[in-house]
Design a protein around this ligand. Structure first.
Ligand code: SAH
Length: 222
C-alpha cells in the first residue's frame, strides 16, 4: 500500500516538473520516476516528494527535485560519458544521474564526499541498486577533484563555491561541461555552466540558486 502511495506521489511530482518545463528529455523523466526519494531521505513519501530541499544530516541538504532536473538537463548527458559529482551526500542526485545514464546506454560516474558517514551510507545504498553505469565512490576533498581519473566529460558540484574551482576546470575534457553554484551560503549565488572549448572556457550564468557551502577539510559540520 505504501509502495503504491510512494509511486503515485513520485509520478505526480515528476509530471509537475514536466509541465513546468524543468524536465525536457525522456532520460531525465525516466530517471526521476525510477528513483525512490524517500529511501534516500528517510522521510515518508508525502514529505519526500515535496519539491524542496530536505535535510540529510550534518547541516547538509539534498536539492529540491526541480534543481536535480535542472542539473541533469543542463549537463546534456549522453551514453558513454565519464562524469564526476562533487558532494555525494545522500546519494539521491547520484542515483538519478546514474539512472539517466543507464537509460542513455550507461557510462562511468565518480563521486566524492568529504563526510565519512555520508560516504559510507550512500555507497552502500547506491551499490545495492544495481546500475549498469559504473560508479566509483571517493572519500576526500572535492575541491581537488579526482585527478587520477581525469579528464571528465561532465562535472557537477552540489554545494556552492565562493571562488573559481580551478582543479575542476583543469579536469574537464575538451567540449566537457562543468556546473557549479558560485557564491557564498546565505547570499545570492549563480548556477554557472562552463564549457571547455579548444583554447578557453565559455561561461554562462544560468540562474540564481541557493546551496549550502562546499567545505574545506577540517572545517566543522554544523
Ligand atoms: N548531492 C547530494 C546533496 C549534496 S549537499 C544529495 O543528493 O544528497 C552537499 C554535500 O557536499 C554534502 O554531503 C557535504 O558533506 C558535501 N561536501 C561538502 N564539502 C565537500 C568537499 N570539500 N568535498 C566533497 N564533498 C563535500
Amino acid at each position: 500500500m505504501n509502495e503504491i502511495r510512494n509511486l503515485d506521489l513520485r509520478t505526480r511530482a515528476v509530471e509537475r516538473l514536466v509541465r513546468k518545463g524543468y524536465v525536457r528529455t525522456e532520460a531525465v523523466r525516466h530517471a526521476l520516476l525510477s528513483v525512490d526519494r524517500s529511501a534516500f531521505t528517510n522521510f515518508a513519501p508525502e514529505r519526500a516528494y515535496e519539491d524542496r530541499p530536505l535535510p540529510i544530516g550534518f547541516g547538509q541538504t539534498v536539492s529540491a527535485m526541480h534543481m536535480v532536473a535542472i542539473y541533469l538537463e543542463s549537463l546534456e548527458l549522453r551514453g558513454g560519458i565519464k562524469l564526476l559529482e562533487i558532494g555525494t551526500g545522500s546519494g539521491y542526485h547520484l542515483a538519478v544521474t546514474a539512472s539517466a545514464l543507464d537509460f542513455l546506454g550507461a557510462g562511468e560516474i565518480h563521486t566524492i564526499e568529504i563526510n565519512e558517514m555520508l560516504y559510507r551510507k550512500s555507497k552502500q545504498l547506491v551499490e545495492g541498486m544495481g546500475f549498469k553505469t559504473r560508479i566509483y565512490f571517493h572519500l576526500g576533498d572535492g575541491f581537488l577533484g579526482v585527478a587520477e581519473s581525469a579528464p571528465f566529460d561532465r562535472i557537477y558540484v552540489t554545494a556552492s563555491v565562493a571562488e573559481k574551482p580551478a582543479h575542476l576546470y583543469e579536469q574537464l575534457s575538451e567540449e566537457g561541461i562543468l556546473l557549479y553554484p558560485r557564491g557564498v551560503q546565505g547570499e545570492p549565488q549563480i548556477l554557472v555552466k562552463v564549457r571547455k572549448a579548444k583554447t578557453d572556457y565559455l561561461e554562462e550564468g544560468l540562474m540564481e540558486v541557493s546551496f549550502v557551502q562546499l567545505r574545506r577539510p577540517g572545517e566543522r559540520f554544523i
